[in-house]
Design a protein around this ligand. Structure first.
Ligand SMILES: Nc1ncnc2c1ncn2[C@@H]1O[C@H](COP(=O)(O)OP(=O)(O)O)[C@@H](O)[C@H]1O
Ligand SMILES: [Mg+2]
Length: 388
């Protein structure tokens, strides 16, 4: 706030164009150290109010005879913090209780008080000081409001900056995965690694990348389990048909870490099913269902992968990378446990994950569900056919 504005906002405007009333009132106020400014008419009062004023003193005769609708409009249009005080210098015997027009004035001009003439100088000074005190409170409220608005604007700018950073990071993670995929493929080719190994690795990186896509679309606020499941199993369904992989469960929101862990687990399970299990024959199929337990504590997710009508299972003689990834690495990320059993009629994998309660989870950025995949989708990774 500049100095001129500040002093203008403390002024007492005086409209008393009869005799020496205005000059006397101004002299009394100045004597008391207050700023007083004499106005010739209502239009000039309104003009000065627009520049900034602390209080206005108006003789009642003016309100009786002149059109004060302009001032009333200014009063009406005040910002929410402002309630401009007006002291009506009433005629003798015309105090608030006895003045029938009092109600009309206050309805039109708002914060009105009456001071009956003739008044003692100290009465005038105390009335004006009281009005100015109230006005200063209003200025304080204005300042607090402005600070609040500035803080909100700053916060919004910070948020959009953060969103930009996240988008940039998503983009880079995606590109890095694509680069890793290409380095791995070329290195393995140069080393003469079998084609199957290359495909297995590529498929794993693609599975990871797909889970990232789902999370990127949700601004990494989390993901819905059914979307993660759909994304992870889609390549297998495409190759074998929808009916071979049946999934069912309630809507569950997952935090990013859990979403990625489950996506990778499903990829390994489906790959094994194609290699050794129910998806290796034409009759077998997968039943993947999940449930949520809602006790008093954290929510717990139980998901079961069951292979049905597949070939007879031989208990494995060794644990490969897939089994190790699922049972050890992912169990830690799931904040729970993963068990794979090999009954003779089909593999059963049980996943248990403790989910954070939604309220506990901090989220830097609001999810934007309707937004299409951000920069991440610019360079889609080549999809590897699931190894068969
Ligand atoms: N769905 C399944 N049905 C039957 N046997 C399976 C299934 N999944 C895994 N196995 C057995 O478990 C072993 C370990 O699997 P895994 O750890 O994924 O290693 P890999 O896939 O490299 O063989 C497999 O070699 C296989 O004998
Ligand atoms: Mg495997």
């Amino acid at each position: 706030m500049i100095a001129g504005q500040h002093s203008a906002s403390e002024r007492a405007l005086i409209l008393a164009p009869f005799g020496r009333d205005a000059a006397v009132a101004a002299a009394v106020l100045r004597e008391a150290g207050l700023m007083a400014e004499i106005c010739p008419d209502l239009a000039s009062v309104q003009r000065e109010c627009e520049r900034g004023a602390g209080v206005a003193l108006i003789v009642e005769e003016i309100l009786q005879e002149d059109d004060y609708s302009g001032l009333a409009r200014w009063v009406d249009a005040q910002p929410s913090w402002s309630d401009f005080p007006i002291i009506v210098l009433a005629q003798r015997g015309g105090g608030l209780e006895r003045n029938p027009a009092a109600g009309r004035y206050s309805r039109a001009l708002g914060n009105i008080s009456f001071l009956e003439r003739p008044f003692h100088p100290t009465t005038l000074v105390s009335h004006v000081q009281t009005a100015l005190r109230g006005r200063r409170r209003q200025y304080e409220a204005r300042e607090r409001l402005e600070n609040l608005r500035a803080a909100i604007t700053r916060q919004q700018q910070d948020q959009s900056h953060l969103r930009l950073l996240i988008n940039e990071l998503n983009h880079r993670v995606k590109n890095t995965l694509a680069t890793v995929q290409s380095i791995v493929a070329q290195t393995l080719r140069a080393a003469g690694a079998p084609l199957g190994t290359r495909d297995t690795l590529t498929a794993r990186i693609v599975a990871l990348s797909k889970a990232h896509d789902v999370l990127t679309n949700e601004q990494w606020s989390g993901a819905d389990l059914d979307e993660i499941v759909g994304q992870a199993l889609q390549p297998f369904r495409l190759g074998l048909g929808e009916a071979r992989i049946r999934t069912k469960g309630p809507k569950v929101r997952l935090e990013p870490k859990t979403a990625i862990a489950i996506a990778l687990a499903l990829h390994e399970l489906a790959t094994n099913a194609v290699k050794y299990g129910a998806l290796s024959t034409s009759e077998g199929w997968i039943d993947f269902t999940w449930n949520l337990s809602r006790g008093g504590g954290p929510r717990e997710l139980t998901a079961t992968w069951r292979e049905v009508d597949g070939p007879r299972v031989n208990p494995p003689t060794r644990a490969g990378f897939g089994t190790r990834l699922i049972e050890r690495g992912l169990a830690a990320d799931l904040n729970g446990e993963v068990r794979i059993a090999y009954p003779i009629d089909g593999v059963v994998c049980t996943i248990r994950a403790r989910l954070d309660s939604e309220d506990d989870r901090p989220s830097a950025v609001e999810p934007k569900r309707s937004r299409p995949a951000a920069a991440a989708s610019e360079e889609p990774m080549r999809e590897a056919a699931p190894p068969t």
